[in-house]
Write a protein that binds this ligand. Structure first.
Ligand code: PRP
Length: 210
């Protein structure tokens, strides 16, 4: 049988996840000195870590080529998918917010509003729940540019420290949802390799909340 595979989101969540694996007693030196390598075996175990972009973590877990994954709730909310979300790991905390240029009100006036976002599904659902028609423009990164360039009236984006908004003359108008890192599992893997996976899931969950 192949190694147990953990898909790990590169970037923001990576550092904290590696710390968590270290706290579990694993030798994470390969993860700390990974260079450009994308699949890293944890020495002395049958576990390998797969480094991927957030949305791809979901894809690999959904398709069962990775057994478990660590990914932000933001990506889960945007993409959905068929997997079990088994734990809130408590780190990578930030929030989804509707933000606008300082001193402006997204809801003022009668004209149709435009939102720029990396998260079109979440934005669509959010405004649909308010029965509000909003034009949504997908942006790939640094969404804060859109209102500054007057492409949009506001953005729906993740806010962590608030620095990016502040330094660009934007502010939160309202909060949309809380976000944090989640542990996801492929349902078939959990069934077939329960003996190996359940203790690993339990220990990750425990270590995350210590
Ligand atoms: C995220 C988000 C904001 C910023 C918020 O972007 O889209 O731009 O971080 O963080 P802050 O509140 O601590 O300033 P990310 O760094 O992931 O880059 P990207 O927009 O280029 O994808």
């Amino acid at each position: 049988m192949r190694n147990i595979r953990i898909a790990l989101t590169k970037g923001r969540l990576e550092h904290k996840t590696v710390d968590l694996l270290e706290a579990l007693g694993y030798d994470v030196s390969v993860l700390r000195n990974k260079g450009r390598k994308l699949i890293l075996e944890i020495p002395g175990t049958n576990i390998e870590v797969v480094l991927a972009k957030a949305a791809d973590v979901i894809t690999y877990v959904e398709h069962g080529v990775c057994d478990i994954g660590i990914v932000g709730k933001d990506t889960i909310m945007e993409h959905g998918g068929s997997f079990f979300e088994v734990a809130d790991l408590g780190f990578g905390r930030c929030r989804f917010a509707l933000a606008v240029k300082k001193g402006t009100d997204f809801y003022s006036g009668y004209s149709e509003k435009t939102i720029a976002t990396k998260y079109p599904q979440i934005s669509r659902r959010y405004f649909a729940a308010k029965s509000m028609d909003v034009r949504i423009i997908k942006i790939e990164g640094s969404v804060e540019l859109a209102p500054l360039l007057e492409l949009s009236d506001g953005i729906v984006d993740i806010v962590e420290t608030g620095t990016t908004l502040r330094e660009n003359g934007l502010e939160v108008q309202e909060e949309v949802a809380d976000v944090s890192a989640r542990l996801i599992v492929n349902p078939a893997s959990l069934k077939i390799r329960k003996k190996e996976l359940q203790p690993l899931i339990d220990s990750i969950q425990q270590a995350a909340h210590q």
